[in-house]
Design a protein around this ligand. Structure first.
Ligand SMILES: NC(=O)c1ccc[n+]([C@@H]2O[C@H](COP(=O)([O-])OP(=O)(O)OC[C@H]3O[C@@H](n4cnc5c(N)ncnc54)[C@H](OP(=O)(O)O)[C@@H]3O)[C@@H](O)[C@H]2O)c1
Length: 334
């Protein structure tokens, strides 16, 4: 449903979340463009990716005491510096920004401008179109952090991406292949096999929650690295798929369980298997530079499942909620 609003130079279009609920609670309105302050950078937003966590924020998390409503959601964006304040950045510099409380503790990217802490705004030299640039920051920073910082992925290793059809999973498959790994990826939905193959997966596993018992996985006799994006509900099964000295990194919680009850680390983690987690809340310029350099060197292209305008936010949320996006959902802001 298209919504049009009137505005002037000091105002911007934005989705300021006032209450939790279905996508219909997202209402486009006009709000003042934020005033710049020391340590914060005003970014003119050209595009941003949608994230699973934003569905959760909209559906119920925004009821938590630590979220002050109204709040503009959005944990990442791509754009240009509109006012650098004291950051040393130049007006017009291309930047990406992510996390650090964005869209939760302070207003985020579902808008034409965002005032963001300098520590979470990163200069980029990439000349990718805005939609592609917008698909990268949070998803690729998280995939990179999980695979490189945590799992220490090496050439010729066997990697499993569990929850492979998520935007994050697809980026992880692409990175895994560019590292020269054998990459297996899972989905619950056999019709998404071509999507996983397009990302580069060597083997597609249909996830019924018991991959460790499936012949295709058993034949591989263990993975060196497993990226767990379903979370606690499949973690025990994933750990059973790791080989001795294999590593399992829990980064996602796509499944119904968010915590593990009655977890006994001595008995529940198989001997010789390393269990770790990754949290994208602390991005840095060095890693962002490494990711963009890697993307350029290997000619990688983020897989965009669907592209919407700001006015089409509800449709974008609905598509993601239906697990029908088949790639990163990107909003471009004109
Ligand atoms: N640790 C961090 O800092 C961090 C950062 C970013 C994202 N994440 C997490 O990573 C995950 C992926 O995020 P995203 O934004 O890339 O997600 P996304 O693109 O929205 O993921 C869509 C996929 O989720 C799968 N899915 C949905 N419900 C599921 C369920 N109940 N069980 C199994 N699979 C299910 C579907 O796969 P199939 O239908 O193909 O099975 C669907 O293709 C999320 O849990 C997100 O919160 C964590």
């Amino acid at each position: 449903m298209m919504e049009r609003v009137m505005m002037n130079d000091s105002m911007m279009r934005a989705f300021a979340l006032e209450k939790t609920g279905p996508p219909e609670v997202l209402k486009l309105s006009t709000v003042p463009i934020p005033s710049v302050k020391p340590g914060w950078v005003l970014v003119k937003i050209h595009g941003f990716g949608l994230n699973r966590s934003e569905l959760i924020l909209r559906a119920h998390e925004a009821d938590e005491e630590y979220i002050k409503l109204p709040r503009i959601p959005g944990i990442e964006c791509a754009g240009e510096v509109a006012d650098p304040s004291d950051s040393g950045l130049k007006i017009g510099q291309r930047v990406v920004a992510l996390m650090g409380g964005m869209g939760r503790s302070f207003d985020g990217s579902y808008a034409e401008y965002a005032l963001l802490p300098q520590s979470n705004v990163f200069a980029v030299t990439s000349t990718l179109p805005w939609a592609e640039l917008a698909a990268i920051p949070e998803t690729w920073f998280t995939a990179w952090g999980s695979l490189v910082e945590c799992l220490d992925l090496q050439k010729d290793q066997k990697l499993l991406v569990r929850g492979g059809t998520s935007a994050l999973g697809l980026a992880a498959i692409q990175i895994g292949k560019s590292f020269g790994c054998f990459v297996a990826a899972s989905t619950r939905d056999a019709s998404k096999q071509p999507l996983l193959e397009r990302a580069g997966a060597d083997l597609v596993l249909i996830d019924d929650g018991t991959l460790s018992k499936q012949e295709k996985s058993v034949n591989l006799s263990g993975f060196d690295a497993i990226l767990e994006l379903i979370g606690p509900s499949t973690l025990a099964d994933s750990m059973a798929l790791a080989n001795k000295h294999g590593k399992v990194c829990v980064t996602g919680i796509l499944g119904p369980e968010h915590v593990i009850h009655d977890f006994d680390p001595i008995k529940d983690i198989p001997n010789g298997v390393a269990l770790m987690g990754f949290y994208s809340n602390y991005p840095n310029q060095e890693t962002i530079d490494a990711i963009f350099a890697h993307i350029e060197t290997h000619g990688l292209q983020p897989i965009i499942g669907a592209r919407f305008s700001l006015e089409e936010m509800r449709e974008a949320h609905t598509l993601m909620e239906r697990n029908a996006a088949q790639g990163k959902v990107v909003i471009t802001v004109d």
